[in-house]
Design a protein around this ligand. Structure first.
Ligand code: GTP
Ligand code: MG
Length: 331
C-alpha cells in the first residue's frame, strides 16, 4: 500500500473509506492520526461519525494492576466464542506502551493475532487537558464506524482519566482487586461515581468476597457513592477471575443488560449531557492548542507565570487568555 497523495481532505476520505471497510492498516493509520490530532483525523472523523453509533462502547477502568488487561483478554475470548467482533483501545495516560503491549501479548497467546474479528490498539493521551476524552471518543467512533460490535476502552483509573473515558463510553466498568490497600480506598469513591458495573477481579484471592460486600455496602441506599443515583442506575457488583475466565460470561451478560436498559431508558437530556462532555473535551483541547500557537504562546506563558507568582489568580488569567483568543479571531 502506497501513501495516498493529495490534500488532507482527499487523504482523509481515502483512509476513512478503507478503514470503514475494515482494512487493518488503514485503521491503524487513522488511529495514529487521531492520536496525533492531525487535520486528516478530523476530516476522516467528519465522514465516519455519522456512520458510528452501532457499536457498544465499553470503558474499563480501575487502579493499576487490578487486572484490566487480563480481563479484557478474557472478555475478548468470551465475545469471539459467541461470534461477536471486538476492538480494544488501551488508553494509558502514563505509559502508552506497556498496557497495550501486555494486552497484545495475551491476545496473541490466545491465538487471535490472525482473527479479523479482533482489533487491538494502545494509545497515548498526549497529556493535555481534554486530550484523553477527545482521543477516546474519536478512536471509539472510528472503530464503531468500522463495524465492530463492541469497542472496549481500557484505561488506568488515576482520578481524572476515568471520568474522561466514561464520557466516551456507553457502559463504564470499574475494576477493583481485593487487598489493594488504603490509597486505593481513597480513589474508590471517585471511581465508583462513574461505574455502571463494578467488578472485583482476582476472585481467586482471599478477600474477594469481602471486598465485593464492602463495595455493595458503599453502593447501597445509605452508602456514600450513590446519593444522587436513581435505584435502577445503581451498579451491580460482580466477581471475576480474569486468569481462569470465571465470572466472565456473567460480566458479558451484565454488559448486554446495561446496554439494553441504556438504549431504552436514556433520556434526551442524558444523551445531551454525554454529547456535552464530548464536545467540551474537544473545545478545551482546541482552545488550549490555540493558546500554545506562535501568535499567543508568549501571552499565554506570561499569564501562566503571573499565576505561578500569585500576581494574578487563575480566573483573571482565564479572562486575559479568552480576551487574547477573541482578539485573534477579529483582527
Ligand atoms: N491471581 C490473579 N491474578 C490476576 C488476575 N487477573 C490478573 N491478574 C494478574 O495481575 C497482574 C496485573 O494484571 P493486568 O491485567 O496487567 O492489570 P492491569 O489492571 O491491566 O494493569 P495496568 O494496565 O498496569 O494498570 C498480572 O500479573 C496478572 O496476571 C486474577 O483474576 N487472579
Ligand atoms: Mg493494563
Amino acid at each position: 500500500m502506497t501513501d495516498p497523495a493529495g490534500s488532507p481532505a482527499e487523504r482523509a476520505a481515502a483512509l476513512a473509506d478503507t478503514a470503514r471497510a475494515g482494512d487493518r492498516r488503514s485503521l491503524a493509520r487513522l488511529l495514529t492520526a487521531v492520536e496525533n490530532h492531525t487535520p486528516v483525523a478530523e476530516e476522516a472523523l467528519r465522514r465516519l461519525y455519522p456512520l458510528a453509533g452501532g457499536a457498544h462502547l465499553v470503558g474499563i477502568t480501575g487502579p493499576p494492576g487490578a487486572g484490566k488487561s487480563t480481563l479484557v483478554a478474557a472478555v475478548i475470548a468470551q465475545l469471539r466464542a459467541a461470534g461477536r467482533t471486538v476492538a480494544v483501545v488501551a488508553v494509558d495516560p502514563s505509559s502508552p506502551i506497556t498496557g497495550g503491549a501486555l494486552l497484545g501479548d495475551r491476545v496473541r497467546m490466545q491465538g487471535y493475532a490472525q482473527d479479523d474479528g479482533v482489533f487491538i490498539r494502545s494509545m497515548a493521551s498526549r497529556g493535555h487537558a481534554g486530550g484523553l476524552a477527545a482521543t477516546s471518543t474519536s478512536a471509539a467512533a472510528v472503530l464503531d464506524a468500522a463495524g465492530f460490535d463492541i469497542v472496549l476502552l481500557e484505561t488506568v483509573g488515576t482520578g481524572q482519566s476515568e471520568v474522561e473515558v466514561a464520557a466516551a463510553a456507553d457502559t463504564t466498568v470499574v475494576l477493583e482487586a481485593p487487598e489493594m490497600g488504603d490509597e486505593v480506598q481513597a480513589i474508590k469513591a471517585g471511581l465508583l461515581e462513574v461505574a455502571d458495573i463494578v467488578v472485583v477481579n482476582k476472585g481467586d484471592r482471599p478477600g474477594a468476597q469481602r471486598t465485593a460486600a464492602q463495595l455493595r455496602a458503599m453502593l447501597a441506599p445509605a452508602g456514600q457513592a450513590q446519593a444522587d443515583r436513581p435505584p435502577a442506575k445503581r451498579p451491580e457488583v460482580l466477581i471475576t477471575t480474569a486468569v481462569s475466565g470465571d465470572g466472565v460470561p456473567e460480566l458479558v451478560a451484565a454488559l448486554d443488560r446495561h446496554r439494553a436498559v441504556g438504549a431504552s431508558e436514556a433520556t434526551p437530556a442524558a444523551r445531551r449531557a454525554r454529547a456535552a462532555a464530548q464536545v467540551r473535551a474537544v473545545l478545551v483541547e482546541r482552545l488550549w492548542h490555540r493558546l500554545a500557537s506562535p501568535a499567543l504562546a508568549g501571552e499565554t506563558a506570561a499569564a501562566l507565570d503571573a499565576v505561578a507568582r500569585h500576581d494574578i489568580d487563575p480566573y483573571a488569567a482565564a479572562d486575559v487568555l479568552l480576551a487574547a483568543l477573541g482578539r485573534e479571531e477579529t483582527p
